[in-house]
Design a protein around this ligand. Structure first.
Ligand SMILES: Cc1cc2nc3c(=O)[nH]c(=O)nc-3n(C[C@H](O)[C@H](O)[C@H](O)COP(=O)(O)OP(=O)(O)OC[C@H]3O[C@@H](n4cnc5c(N)ncnc54)[C@H](O)[C@@H]3O)c2cc1C
Ligand SMILES: *[C@@H]1O[C@H](CO)[C@@H](O)[C@H](O)[C@H]1NC(C)=O
Ligand SMILES: *[C@@H]1O[C@H](CO)[C@@H](O)[C@H](O)[C@H]1NC(C)=O
Ligand SMILES: *[C@@H]1O[C@H](CO)[C@@H](O)[C@H](O)[C@H]1NC(C)=O
Ligand SMILES: *[C@@H]1O[C@H](CO)[C@@H](O)[C@H](O)[C@H]1NC(C)=O
Length: 511
């Protein structure tokens, strides 16, 4: 044996010993958010009970994140949703139902039906009316979504959503703060990024999949048990309290993978050697290289991870002694200079919601989020109060409480939810979804049609667990190859006949 070979042999020996010393399991599920819990549940449904679930935080739920805030009656704080807040898309007639809507019904989650016509508008002079701008925007959006369908169906090149808007005659002047604010509210306020930064085809796909295929409903959750009740309760159906398979407060730091197994190392100095792993960490965690992969991820996988965006959506929670606002669901402020400067307020203290709570939420996204998340609560309070006093007058008092979660700085997420930029394709996105060796990927961002939404995380967790379970059982779609589809060489537009089940395509968005 040459010296190199001897060294190599002893190195491999050491690795083998190390792997043997690790706890053995069939599947390691990494992350206990919606995708991870649904994946574990689906493994369990398929008779695979030999799994462990590793989670960074001391709780399950991930970006479903109810937190205590302010002061309620009897001194008990309110529960507010720092993360996911709406059930978006429910069911139309006897059509397919959003699985999140199914769970919200199952656990009797308290919601307010969002009504975007329940609206008061403001500018630098106080109350005003720019409903015409909102209506014009709505008409243009509908047209672009239809145009996007013909790009998709005819295998044509994608473009920016802004291009689609211009072609449909929506192209407001930069100093037209009413139309700019209408656009922010109904576009950036949903997809986080500007139309210039968003794919015309895939933003339209997401819009259709959630709001057409399911339904146009938006249910705002204010349940005082917290929205994540649905995922905590679902977990109990297959993972009893203090089940030793659930490892909370454990950070995955390093993953070794090949075609036979995956070894997961944690910050506790422990390791798990699994036949398969399903990793559900956010796109931000992957992009920030918070986990080391051995061997490094292949170039096409790294390119996919680099090609998609994780946006930041920041909700600033405030509590006031007495409400001073209109009894409307939305208070929209058009700043004369800066698009997206505290443009949206949602009072929770209105009839039909948390009456008597004094709660008000301000929302910012994207660049304004990065700015606000980098400053102190006091600085932010001063800015928000200046806007609220512009809207309602100088008598408006300071809040008694103010808090917001800084998503862009959160090390287990690094952002809120994903956005699909132009200059990508179904194939480049499939490369984000697909496995490398026996390491599989699932989560909100891997969903081709429901990226950004809870249902995306849920359906991807389910899909991946079914795939892995069929690999383990030697049945189903894993019999011919252990690999999901992948495209190491990207060639441009993905032909429409590939928009199928193997690419995670479930909803016919063109219907
Ligand atoms: C502010 C905000 C508002 C939103 N609003 C809505 C909404 O109204 N409606 C809607 O449908 N969706 C909404 N979403 C999106 C929705 O919350 C997500 O799509 C969904 O929760 C993502 O689930 P997931 O399982 O894919 O990822 P996650 O929930 O991020 O789960 C991944 C888990 O992995 C863990 N993890 C990360 N790194 C490590 C590590 N190194 N080691 C171990 N564990 C790790 C994390 O702690 C986390 O628990 C919102 C999200 C945010 C942040
Ligand atoms: C569901 O919740 C509502 C209000 O929160 C309550 O009035 C109702 O009794 C609950 N129903 C069930 C079946 O728990
Ligand atoms: C969205 O749905 C409409 C029908 O309501 C359809 O005309 C259009 O092609 C669809 N667009 C996409 C991108 O699926
Ligand atoms: C934008 O600027 C132009 C040129 O100064 C002006 O004519 C126009 O009225 C402005 N529009 C708005 C909405 O302020
Ligand atoms: C296998 O793939 C088909 C579509 O090609 C899908 O309908 C079916 O549900 C899959 N089966 C399993 C076990 O995953």
């Amino acid at each position: 044996m040459s010296t190199t070979k001897v060294l190599l042999a002893s190195l491999l020996g050491a690795l083998a010993v190390q792997a043997q010393e690790c706890e053995q399991t069939k599947v390691a599920v990494l992350g206990a958010g919606v995708a991870g819990i649904r994946a574990a549940q689906e493994l369990s449904n398929n008779g695979v009970d030999d799994f462990v679930l590793i989670e960074y935080q001391d709780r399950i739920g991930g970006r479903m994140h109810d937190v205590k805030f302010g002061q309620g009656p009897d001194g008990v704080p309110y529960k507010v949703e720092a993360g996911a807040n709406w059930v978006q898309g429910t069911v139309t007639g006897d059509g397919p139902e959003n699985p999140i809507s199914v769970l919200a019904k199952k656990y009797n989650i308290t919601t307010l039906v969002t009504d975007q016509d329940s609206l008061a508008m403001f500018d630098q002079h106080g109350s005003t009316d720019f409903k015409y701008a909102i209506d014009e925007f709505g008409e243009a959006l509908e047209k672009v979504v239809v145009d996007a369908g013909s790009l998709l169906y005819n295998d044509l090149q994608d473009r920016t959503f802004r291009a689609g808007f211009r072609l449909e005659g929506w192209d407001p002047l930069k100093n037209d703060s009413y139309r700019q604010t209408a656009e922010w509210w109904l576009f950036d306020g949903e997809f986080i990024y500007h139309p210039e930064e968003s794919s015309e085809i895939f933003t339209s796909v997401a819009e259709n999949a959630t709001f057409n295929y399911y339904s146009p409903d938006n249910l705002f959750v204010y349940d005082q048990r917290g929205f994540a009740t649905i995922i905590r309760e679902e977990a109990k159906t297959f993972l009893p309290d203090s089940d030793p398979r659930l490892r909370l407060s454990t950070e995955v730091t390093r993953i070794e993978y090949d075609d036979d197994s995956v070894t997961v190392h944690t910050n506790q100095g422990t390791c798990v050697h699994a036949d398969y792993a399903i990793m559900t960490f956010s796109l931000g965690v992957l992009q920030k290289k918070a986990v080391e992969f051995v061997p490094p991820l292949p170039a096409w996988k790294q390119a996919a991870i680099s090609s998609f965006e994780l946006g930041t959506y920041t909700k600033i929670f405030m509590q006031f002694d007495t409400p001073f606002w209109d009894n409307k669901q939305y208070l929209i402020y058009a700043d004369p200079e800066t698009r997206g400067y505290y443009p949206e307020f949602q009072p929770l203290d209105i009839p039909g919601a948390l009456e008597g709570s004094g709660l008000l939420i301000a929302t910012v996204v994207n660049d304004q989020s990065y700015r606000v998340e980098a400053q102190t609560n006091e600085q932010t309070q001063a800015e928000v109060m200046e806007v609220l006093r512009t809207m309602y007058g100088p008598q408006v008092p300071d809040p008694t409480h103010l808090w917001y979660k800084r998503w862009s700085q959160t090390p287990w997420a690094y952002g809120s939810y994903s956005n699909w930029p132009p200059a990508t394709s179904l194939q480049s996105h499939q490369n984000l979804r697909t496995n490398v060796g026996n390491l599989f990927f699932a989560g909100e961002a891997t969903s081709q049609e429901f990226f950004g939404y809870l249902q995306g995380a849920y359906l991807e967790g389910q899909y991946t667990a079914e795939f892995v379970a069929s690999c383990i059982g030697g049945s189903g779609n894993c019999t011919t190859s252990d690999d999901e589809k992948r495209y190491p060489v990207l060639t441009g537009v993905t032909p429409y006949n590939l928009y199928n089940w193997e690419h995670g395509w479930v909803a016919d968005t063109l219907a």
